[in-house]
Ligand binder design. Structure first.
Ligand SMILES: Cc1ncc(COP(=O)(O)O)c(C=O)c1O
Length: 370
């Protein structure tokens, strides 16, 4: 089977209740007034672009976000703010996570003097659990996969009267994940004036690494709404072992992936795509691509062992997966159709995001070792 799926997106998304939550600057304004807020850096990797044979590579470095080493806090902090604005009495927030979203929920709970209860799936590394334990009120390791852990967090929250704040959506659970996606939009709004300029963005192709698809969907929503037919081409990148979006496209409907769930890309090691994200993705992405760990490792190393005057970037396994997708597009001889579909050429200006730094330092060190 091929490792990619080509999609023909529409140029305008229908407005529904979810899009209404996304269609304002409320989250951006909320983040801007937080004490430790600053815009994350956007840099260019000119030598790497030359080496890979493209015109430009822009990278927005989310490892610098609120000192938390990942972008996820943009979503959780805004969702918790919205929940507390309506119901300040909520005392405990709960979530399932393989790491980054849990840190984000716990950090936001601490800021609001609330309790956080975090469930992690069986694949979660000891270091990720220790990082969570250092910041959350309670952390429980399960013997379940990600999707089953989400179900456990949901049913336990209902029983205990906790507030679930999950970064994925299913039938009957849409509003909170939509707030989370709305929070992610801050990243794209920060690029206004840099990449996202008036009529046409300065990037031709954007790669979004994808787990349940909430983040990529918020990026798709932003670019479709902002530019319509002038938007950049959008490619979603997933691990072969947990390619929920790819497999949903192949099957023509949202399904749980069939892979082994054994990948170094812990943040992308998820199950069925988010319901509300899938609706945006299936109408708005140009392609999705499955990659192996080999490409993630190569991308981490390319960021870290920088060439000439390119800045050195510390990027974790999932953080580097967008660049890994670009590398596979360029290097894999069997991807001619994909390259043609997204117009990848020596003229292309590419935008990728480093969505996490070395969130698992042990693993990072061993993968980066010469
Ligand atoms: C570092 C990192 N990048 C990307 C993603 C993908 O986000 P989503 O699950 O919304 O597709 C995640 C998800 O947790 C992540 O931790």
């Amino acid at each position: 089977m091929k490792d990619f799926f080509l999609n023909n997106p529409i140029n305008k998304l229908r407005h529904d209740n979810i899009h209404f939550i996304l269609d304002n600057d409320d989250a951006f304004n909320y983040h801007n007034q937080l004490e430790d807020y600053s815009k994350t850096p956007m840099v260019q990797l000119n030598t790497l672009a030359k080496k890979l044979g493209v015109n430009k590579i822009f990278i927005k470095d989310e490892s610098k976000r609120f000192g938390l080493n990942a972008y996820k806090v943009l979503g959780a902090s805004y969702a918790i703010y919205k929940i507390l604005s309506k119901n300040p009495k909520v005392s405990t927030f709960c979530t399932a996570t393989d790491g980054n979203h849990g840190i984000a929920v716990a950090w936001s709970c601490n800021m609001n003097k609330k309790e956080s209860v975090i469930y992690v799936p069986k694949e979660t590394s000891d270091e990720r659990i220790q990082n969570l334990t250092a910041i959350a009120s309670r952390v429980y390791k399960t013997d379940l996969n990600y999707e089953e852990t989400c179900e456990l967090a949901k049913t336990t929250s209902e029983r205990m009267n906790w507030q679930l704040v999950q970064d994925t959506s299913w039938e009957g659970y849409k509003k909170i994940p939509a707030y989370i996606m709305s929070g992610y939009l801050t990243q794209f709004k920060e690029l206004e004036g840099e990449i996202n300029i008036i009529d046409k963005p300065k990037a031709d192709i954007v790669f979004f690494q994808t787990g349940v698809g909430s983040w990529g969907a918020s990026g798709i929503w932003y670019y479709l709404n902002r530019y319509g037919a002038n938007r950049p081409k959008i490619v979603l990148v997933e691990p072969i072992e947990s390619a929920g979006v790819f497999e949903s496209f192949i099957n023509g409907k949202r399904i749980s992936p069939n892979g082994s769930f054994k990948t170094i890309m812990a943040g992308l090691n998820c199950g069925i795509p988010s319901k509300i994200a899938w609706e945006i993705i299936r109408h708005g992405c140009d392609a999705c691509l499955r990659i192996s760990d080999k490409y993630a490792k190569e991308a981490m190393r390319s960021f870290f062992y920088n060439l000439n005057s390119d800045p050195k970037i510390t990027s974790g396994e999932s953080g580097a997966a967008g660049l890994a997708g670009l590398m596979k597009c360029i290097k894999d001889k069997s991807l001619d159709d994909l390259r043609a579909h997204i117009g990848l050429s020596s003229e292309s200006r590419i935008l990728v995001f480093n969505t996490e730094g070395d969130t698992d330092k042990e693993s990072f060190k061993s993968l980066i070792k010469n």
